[in-house]
Design a protein around this ligand. Sequence first.
Ligand code: PDD
Length: 292
Amino acid sequence: MTIYLNGQFMPLEDAKIPVLDRGFIFGDGVYEVIPVYSRRPFRLEAHLQRLQHSLDSIRLDNPHSISGWTAIIGELIARNTPDDQYLYLHITRGVARRDHPFPNPAVPATVFVMSNPLLPPASDLCASGVDAVTAEDNRWQRCDIKAISLLPNVLLRQKAVDAGSAETVLIRPASNETPAFLTEGAASNIFVVKNGVLLAPPKNHLMLPGITYDVILEIARANSIPCQIRTIAATEVFDADELLLTSSTREVMAITRLDGKPVGNAVPGPMFKQIYQHYQDFKMNVMRASHE
Ligand code: PDD
C-alpha cells in the first residue's frame, strides 16, 4: 500500500512521524474519509468543504488548496490497486515541544493520506439488517468537527461490539428544556422512519454533517419520499417503523434490532429498500457521468 506523508508518496511501512507530533500527544488534528468508486472520489468537493470547516474550527490553516488536494488524491488513487477505495486524510498541528497552546511561531502541519480497499456491506447484512444498541451521547459540544480525538466515539462504538451489534445509536439526555433526543451513531448518521416519513436530525454542533446523510436527503427529495428534518425524541427512536444508518464506508444499512428488541418487523423495511436501490443507482450514475 502506498501512502502520502508530508509531500512524499511511500510504502506504508516506511511512513514515520515524530513522537512529539501534536496528533499523537494531544489528538490535535482533523480528518476526512472519502469513498472512491471506480477510481473516482465520490463527492470530493463536499468532503473538502467539510475538511475546511473542521480546519477552520480548530484554527489550523489548510495546508493545501482544492487543486492541491485533488492532485494528491488523484495520484494516491492511481498508486493503489483496488478500483473501489476509501481515502483517509489526516492533518495535525505538527511537531513541537509538548505544551497545550498552539506552537508559536506555527510549525508545518503533518499531512497523512492513506487508501484502503472499500468493501460494500455484505449482501447478507443488506438482506437481514443489523443490530444496534443505544447509549447516552456523552461527547463534547462540537461534534460537527471531524476531530481525530475520537476516544468518546471509540468507547461508544465498543459498547456495540461488546453486545455483538454493528453500531451504537447516541441519545443526548433530557435537560430542563428538552426531552432526550437522537443525535447520530458512534461512526454514522441515523435516520428514523415513521408512517412512511423519513425523519432526519438537523445538522448542528451535536452531530457530524454526514456527506452520505446529504446524499440520502437528496435522493428522498428527488423521488418525492416524504421527509422531515427536525429534532427526533428518543421515544421516537424506540417506536420507529424503521431505522437507517449511513456513512461513507457503510453506505446505507437497516437497523432491524435495537437494544435486543425488533425495530418494526425486524426486517429491512420498504423505506430502506427504496433508498438503498436509489443510492446504488445514484452512485452508478455519478460514476458513469464522471467517466464521460
Ligand atoms: N465516519 N457521524 C460520525 C460520528 C462519523 O464518524 C461518520 C463517518 C458519520 C457519517 O459521515 P459520512 O457520511 O460523511 O461518512 C457520521 C467515518 C466513516 C469514519 O470515521 O471512519
